[in-house]
Design a protein around this ligand. Structure first.
Ligand code: GDP
Ligand code: MG
Length: 363
């Protein structure tokens, strides 16, 4: 999973990146330098892996991972600096965006627009994504209109269909509806995939608040609900979290309980990301490795097998599945089988969070 952090300059993107990655990754150049791009891999915390590791003593324990990218600050994303330029391909390859929204007061960090206004800033950033998609689609529409006349008659209907789809998405965007929330047929979706649209991607708003300040709720902000439907949200103090992330975990935990701070930014942001994207983790166990795999919830077992190895899709025979909690309760696979908790499932079985799966495959 590849998550790109965006937001207005000085909203706290680099602070958030540091909070998420410091001490948890080999973040390259997490120096806070505004001119560098920062990339860091973060292991998704999962207690279940620790418990399973203690049972299986595998050679390695492999958690799911998230890759975070922090774009260079000043050029971040202001329209005047051309999101369409240098960074567009990074944005296009993202799985989702974290939009950092400034809610903290800090007189030494002037807001580019004057007053602090989270609703305005979130709307501006979402508008930025819409604007970029509109540019892409307008260009595509012009090109396709041109192509209709030049193309062979046999291929004309296909080009016409492409143009209609592009124009439909444009119309939706002009009404303020992100592409991910518009209704398309499968064939229309497969046309739009080629344009790698930014409003197709999920968004998690990270409100960067003063420590101890109330959480911000999107529902209470004055923003067109069409624009923010399905947008995930967390409120954290990026600066405090960045500082905590440099401490030993025990020291940080103590600090958290002393000051009544909740879960770490990493946990909160990861949970919001999984919820917003509808992701779950299934687990595989063995002497070699105990591992977590993140997939969309309800993914058919045959596709989940393909996430482990593409050949597993073709060779899929069946999946032996037991829920993690059931496994813990009955203590062993043998007992699980006796109690009927370890089931044999077919290709279409919808994978759930915490399923321990053994795929039987023909290779
Ligand atoms: N008071 C306060 N200042 C913050 C907070 N987060 C960021 N800042 C300050 O805002 C400035 C910009 O932060 P930075 O993470 O570099 O923003 P970026 O430009 O979005 O990457 C820095 O001087 C930070 O110390 C916060 O939660 N509280
Ligand atoms: Mg920065």
């Amino acid at each position: 999973m590849d998550i790109v952090i965006i937001g207005l300059p000085q909203s706290g993107k680099t602070n958030l990146f540091n909070a998420l990655t410091l001490g948890k990754s080999d973040a390259s150049g997490a120096s806070g330098s505004p001119t560098e791009m920062h990339i860091g891999m973060v292991k998704v915390p999962d207690r279940r892996l620790e418990h399973l590791g203690a049972i299986y003593h595998p050679r390695k324990i492999v958690p799911a991972e998230i890759r975070y990218t922090d774009l260079p600050g000043p050029e971040g994303m202001a329209r005047s600096q051309g999101i369409s330029g240098r960074y567009r391909n990074i944005l296009q390859s993202a799985t989702a965006f974290l939009v950092v929204v400034r809610a903290f007061q800090n007189d030494s960090v002037p807001h580019p627009a004057g007053a602090i206004n989270p609703a305005r800033d979130l709307e501006a950033m979402l508008g930025e994504l819409t604007f970029t998609d509109l540019e892409v689609l307008e260009r595509a529409s012009t090109r396709l209109a041109d192509q209709v006349n030049k193309t062979k008659p046999a291929e004309r209907p296909m080009v016409v269909r492409q143009k209609e789809t592009v124009d439909k998405a444009r119309a939706g965007l002009e009404n303020g509806v992100p592409v991910r929330l518009q209704t398309f047929s499968d064939s229309e979706r497969s046309i739009l995939v080629n344009y790698q649209l930014l409003t197709e991607k999920n968004v998690i708003a990270v409100f960067n608040t003063d420590e101890g300040a109330d959480e911000i709720s999107i529902a209470e902000l004055d923003i067109d609900p069409a624009l923010t439907a399905g947008v995930g949200q967390v409120s954290i103090s990026a600066r405090v979290e960045a500082e905590l992330s440099t401490m030993d975990p025990e020291e940080a935990d103590e600090f958290r309980s002393d000051f009544g701070l909740g879960e770490s930014a990493t946990s909160q942001v990861i949970r919001a990301s999984y919820d917003t994207l509808g992701l779950v983790s299934f687990l595989t166990v063995g002497d070699d490795e105990v591992r977590a795999w993140s997939v969309p919830g309800g993914m058919p077992a045959v596709s989940a097998a393909g996430v482990i190895h593409t050949d597993f899709t073709r060779g899929f025979i069946r999946a032996e599945v037991i829920a993690y909690d059931d496994y813990r309760a009955c203590g062993s696979m043998v007992q699980g089988r006796k109690e009927g908790l370890l089931r044999s499932e077919g290709k279409t079985y919808p994978v759930k969070d915490g399923d321990i799966i053994n795929f039987l495959v023909n290779t």
